[in-house]
Design a protein around this ligand. Structure first.
Ligand code: FAD
Ligand code: DHB
Length: 395
């Protein structure tokens, strides 16, 4: 097979890239190791930044998002059993939208298939070859067990943190920054209406807790757990008890309970591999960088990367200009490092980190009080949370 851009991974990065390229008249083939059903059900991110929604709207991918997405104009910081609202929209003129990542994935797959887009699910043994030539290749075994080869001009490595793309780059060509935290997130999806109209980010001596949502009928909740914690140690009762304790308010807080539909543990990790390019291979999204979920940035960074990559590839294919390909990595990394800092900052401020020393605990409290009482501090948080405008990162 021959195509212009071979895309590895049908997560948000790979799918959105294939659609943006299609709008620019550039051909691509996406290969994905999981089934369509699996990627359409995989429960992950839920917060779309202002700019992410703009990109999806401009790309004609927002019919259902416009109908079902829940726009949010503020969040609550909860500590010492009190709420402190951060009015994101009042402070920044921007907002975020609650809309599940798997819904974004479903929407893009439907649009790609309707346009006869080539998506190959359930492939195995993906390998990348000749990346430093102008004819790189992807080989894999397809769902029927047949060996396949795609010859392309460019390969986009959109295969997430554990994918094959970053691992195909010789180690001496990458700078790796890796920070592992003591804590992890235990997340549940519950069949019950949200208990509050906005997200609540809670700092409690027993650990962080987050109240989020997916729809008027479904609540998404998280509690901080130890890095080595096992899901089987957490009965439904233990999860709800911990949430009641951490989300308590002086004046009382009614947390709605309901059947738990999904649960999982996610590690907190900060990771950057740079540059995000090796020859004709371009990394985008989680394959190049990971953030702890606390700032809700991972999916949004993936979208920001492919927005820049799609432009660079347009200039390359339609104008034969490679300057934007050459600056791709540095253009992305500006936003990536801003989000790395913000996600680390939110995690440092909100998580309890079992065993944190008393000095660190006082610093956390000082930062929480400052954010809750200073408009300048709240505005900085709000600007990052809603997402730095593209005009900022395009500068
Ligand atoms: P992925 O979504 O990981 O997609 C990569 C794809 O490549 C996968 O489908 C995988 O199956 C496929 N693949 C892997 N290896 C191969 C191979 N060898 N061959 C072919 N295909 C392969 N981000 C936010 O912005 N906001 C949030 O609120 C948020 N909350 C989160 C909550 C949780 C619990 C988790 C786990 C993550 C959260 N994130 C959040 C992060 C976000 O989900 C990721 O950053 C996002 O999925 C990155 O998209 P991606 O397309 O780069 O990678
Ligand atoms: C959700 C996840 C996050 O990491 C976050 O910061 C906010 C919301 C969510 O899944 O709803």
């Amino acid at each position: 097979m021959r195509t212009q851009v071979g895309i590895v991974g049908a997560g948000p990065a790979g799918l959105l890239l294939s659609h943006l390229l299609h709008l620019q008249g550039i051909e691509s083939i996406v290969v994905e190791s999981r089934s369509r059903e699996y990627v359409e059900k995989r429960l992950r991110a839920g917060i779309l930044e202002h700019g992410t929604v703009e990109v999806l709207r401009e790309a004609g991918l927002a019919d259902r998002l416009n109908r079902e997405g829940l726009p949010h104009e503020g969040i609550s910081l909860r500590f010492d059993e009190e709420d402190h609202r951060i009015p994101i929209t009042e402070l920044t003129g921007r907002m975020v939208t609650v809309y599940g990542q798997h819904e974004v994935v479903k929407d893009i797959i439907a649009v790609r298939l309707a346009a006869d887009g080539q998506l190959e699910f359930e492939v195995t043994d993906t390998k990348l070859h000749d990346l430093t030539t102008d004819r790189p290749r992807i080989t894999y075994t397809n769902a029927e067990g047949r060996a396949e080869e795609i010859e392309c001009d460019v390969v986009a490595g959109c295969d997430g943190f554990h994918g094959v793309s970053r691992q195909s780059i010789p180690a001496n060509h990458l700078n790796i920054y890796d920070h592992v935290y003591e804590s992890a997130w235990l997340g549940i999806l519950a069949q019950t209406p949200p208990s509050h109209e906005e997200l609540i980010y809670t700092h409690h001596d027993r650990g962080f807790a987050l109240h989020s949502m997916r729809s008027p009928e479904r609540t998404r909740l998280y509690v901080e757990v130890d890095r080595t914690e096992k899901l089987e140690n957490w009965s439904d009762r233990r999860i709800w008890d911990e949430l009641h304790t951490r989300l308590a308010l002086k004046e009382g807080f009614d947390l709605n309970e309901g059947p738990i539909l999904d649960r999982g543990i996610t590690q907190n990790r900060s990771f950057v591999a740079e540059p995000m390019r090796y020859g004709r291979l371009f990394l985008a999204g989680d394959s190049a960088h990971i953030v702890p979920p606390t700032g809700a940035k991972g999916l949004n960074l993936a979208v920001a990367d492919v927005r820049i990559l799609a432009r660079a590839l347009d200039a390359f294919f339609s104008l034969k200009k490679s300057e934007l390909m050459d600056t791709y990595s540095q253009d992305c990394l500006k936003r990536v490092w801003r989000a790395e800092h913000f996600s680390w900052f939110m995690t440092s401020m909100l998580f309890s980190f079992r065993g944190a020393d008393p000095f660190q605990k006082e610093l956390q409290k000082a930062q929480l009080r400052y954010t809750a009482t200073s408009e300048a501090a709240a505005k900085s948080l709000a600007e990052n949370y809603a997402g730095m405008p593209f005009e900022w990162s395009d500068r």
